[in-house]
Design a protein around this ligand. Structure first.
Ligand code: C5P
Length: 219
């Protein structure tokens, strides 16, 4: 396996899972990411001899063998942990990072009040980890992003490739039965400047290796 050897000894940072953005001491805004895809990538990279740092959001998954893991909760914490993990040869941003976070975390539990029939939350943009890694002074040689899309998968993924200045985007369609969030299986289309390749449908463990084959080829 010539392609597998290309990853041996390399430092790979992988982000995985959702982020939780706290509203008050008991509530948060999260998402349906299970972390399975990112954990499978970290496990496969370690099996292939890479030195792997896995930055994990809140997930219920065991740490893959040979992987160094840092647990985080929020997008801001994930941002700091990923950037602190540089320099690296490869970054794979498989986490479903919140795009917005509450402007303020309430110190006490937010109460419903008589006479109020709604609640307006003020959210602010989070920092884009993927774009910051891709634009970093110590940019990894290869930066891989994910794109979970409900529609226009192709054009949205290609736009992300350019806008975030990443080398590979692995896109999956959200809402397809038996793939994507929470599932053990997935189907991806991987895009790069001048090419694309469909991977799967297949178990995420197998897709992880196929994605790493593409990474190895493009290093
Ligand atoms: O633009 P969109 O959020 O769909 O892009 C998804 C990709 O960007 C994923 O790789 C995700 O990990 C990354 N991302 C990020 N930081 C954010 C939002 C998304 O790294 N704040």
């Amino acid at each position: 396996m010539a392609a597998a050897d290309a990853l041996a000894g390399l430092r790979i940072v992988v982000s995985a899972g959702p982020t939780y953005e706290d509203l008050d001491p008991v509530r948060f805004i999260g998402n349906r990411s299970s972390g399975k895809m990112g954990f499978a990538i970290a496990a496969a990279a370690a099996r292939r001899g890479a030195q792997v740092l896995l930055v994990a959001g809140p997930v219920a998954l065991a740490t893959p063998a040979g992987v160094q893991r840092v647990d985080v909760r929020s997008a801001a914490q994930m941002h700091d942990a990923v950037l602190a993990g540089l320099p690296a040869d490869v970054y794979v941003g498989a986490a479903a990072v919140a795009d917005f976070t509450p402007r303020q975390v309430a110190a006490g539990k937010i109460k419903k009040r008589d006479g109020e029939d709604g609640l307006t939350l003020e959210l602010v943009r989070t920092r884009d980890i993927l774009a910051d890694v891709a634009g970093h002074a110590r940019r990894p040689r290869l930066v891989v992003g994910f794109a979970a899309e409900t529609d226009s998968v192709d054009s949205n993924a290609r736009a992300k490739l350019v806008k975030k200045k990443v080398d590979l985007i692995a896109a999956n369609r959200v809402g397809v039965e038996g793939s994507g969030f929470e599932s053990d299986d997935n189907a991806l289309v991987v895009y790069w400047n001048g090419g694309e390749q469909a991977l799967g449908p297949a178990p995420k463990t197998e897709l992880a290796d196929r994605l790493l084959d593409l990474v190895a080829e493009r290093l």
